[in-house]
Write a protein that binds this ligand. Structure first.
Ligand SMILES: O=C(O)CCC(=O)C(=O)O
Length: 385
């Protein structure tokens, strides 16, 4: 228990493996306990959220990228920061899409349960109050980042610790008076986090400082969130925290996974970090979590007002192929087009494209040949045939 300017607080710990082995009622209770703890203290710790060997696999998959990254590249002291986890590490998917954490993110971001207000969408508030079915803010993955804190305090220019701060604030807009929680952060322990190796410092209760971006929190005592590998520390974008100094001989490896409202720009652009040719191989739920979807209204449409699933995620989609959407044309309304108007037109267009592809290959213009290959594939799937 810690007493500071925000009252008496503690870092509550819950065991995920134990709850999930004890049946649905325990899982439901865990979900509510997590929301309540983070609401009261600004932080909550989930122990045994995955198995230690899942962490080892993830670190092994990321090792080549970690080892190839200089310290301090991010500008955040002497820590090593390595991202694009969705594309680079299959083992990370289990943690990024961890069911308890996604449910917690939904309660905090989708339903805004921490503020205690009903979610308001389009100026309408849910009649039934918070959590009413159909009333959710869209949210998505915001950042994936290994944070590798090396042994020793580093140098003055590149200290290995990170000073106390809040995550909100990156969008320039001041959300302090809106009463909303725009993001949550999760720190996964991929190695044990100890007092000596720089376990994250937290200021309990700091998410309730008024005004929400105030500096009183930065002068409060911290505690360190020590945890075994496979555990996850979760906090809100308003909760004040920072990395500790690693005085041990080992590296401290954490993985920061953040989620934020889907109408705000992502800190790590997931659509570039996991481009369509890689995203096509992912399960649909993960594609959607990283942002290949239309979270609200027309947001995120591609080319001819298509959803990502109806464009970039399709095999062979090429934005430079006219009619790449493959949708039916109406000859009376749409006029001459890439899509064939009938059997004869189809054969003529196919012959022409194939001949051009052969010429491109003969001329060693492989880029053009690939482009024509995609055009042939779009032509072939045209539903008018
Ligand atoms: O590594 C940690 O323990 C905290 C990292 C952090 O606060 C940050 O990257 O914003």
């Amino acid at each position: 228990m810690v007493t500071n300017a925000f009252g008496s607080h503690e870092l509550e710990r819950f065991d995920y493996a134990e709850a999930s082995a004890s049946g649905q009622m325990s899982v439901d209770r865990l979900d509510q306990d997590l929301v309540n703890a983070i609401d009261r203290h600004g932080f909550v710790l989930i122990e045994n959220a995955v198995r230690p060997e899942d962490c080892d696999r993830l670190v092994a998959e990321m090792r080549p990228y970690i080892d190839a990254t200089p310290h301090g590249l991010h500008g955040l002291g002497g820590t090593r920061r390595v991202g694009a986890l969705v594309a680079r590490s299959a083992a990370s998917h289990r943690m990024i899409a961890h069911p308890a954490i996604l449910r917690l993110a939904n309660a905090i971001l989708g339903e805004q349960q921490l503020s205690g207000d009903a979610v308001r969408i389009n100026g309408r508030s849910g009649k039934g109050g918070k959590g009413e079915k159909g009333f959710r803010y869209p949210w998505q993955l915001h950042l994936t980042q290994i944070i590798d804190v090396g042994p020793g305090a580093g140098t003055e220019a590149m200290p290995h610790h990170l000073k106390l701060h809040r995550a909100n604030g990156m969008w320039v807009h001041d959300f302090q008076d809106t009463g909303i929680d725009p993001q949550i952060e999760v720190m996964w322990a991929l190695t044990d986090f100890t007092t000596d190796n720089g376990a994250t410092h937290v200021v309990l209760g700091s998410h309730r400082e008024e005004p929400r971006g105030g500096s009183l929190s930065h002068r409060q005592p911290t505690i360190q969130a020590t945890m075994y590998k496979g555990s996850a520390l979760v906090w809100t974008g308003w909760s004040v925290h920072g990395a500790g100094v690693n005085t041990s001989a080992e590296r401290r490896i954490g993985m920061n996974i953040n989620y934020a409202l889907a109408f705000l720009a992502q800190e790590e652009n997931q659509l570039l970090a996991c481009p369509p040719h890689l995203a096509r191989r992912l399960p649909e739920s993960l594609q959607r979590l990283i942002g290949y979807r239309q979270p609200a209204g027309a947001l995120n449409y591609v080319a001819e007002c298509q959803a990502p699933a109806d464009s970039v995620l399709k095999e062979d989609f090429d934005v430079l192929v006219p009619g790449a959407h493959g949708h039916t044309m109406n000859p009376e309304l749409d006029g001459p087009a890439f899509a064939p108007a009938g059997e004869d037109d189809y054969r003529r267009k196919l012959r022409d494209l194939e001949a051009r592809k052969v010429e491109a290959v003969a001329a060693d213009d492989l880029e053009l040949a690939l482009h024509l290959k995609r055009a042939i594939s779009v032509l072939k799937r045209s539903p008018r045939i």
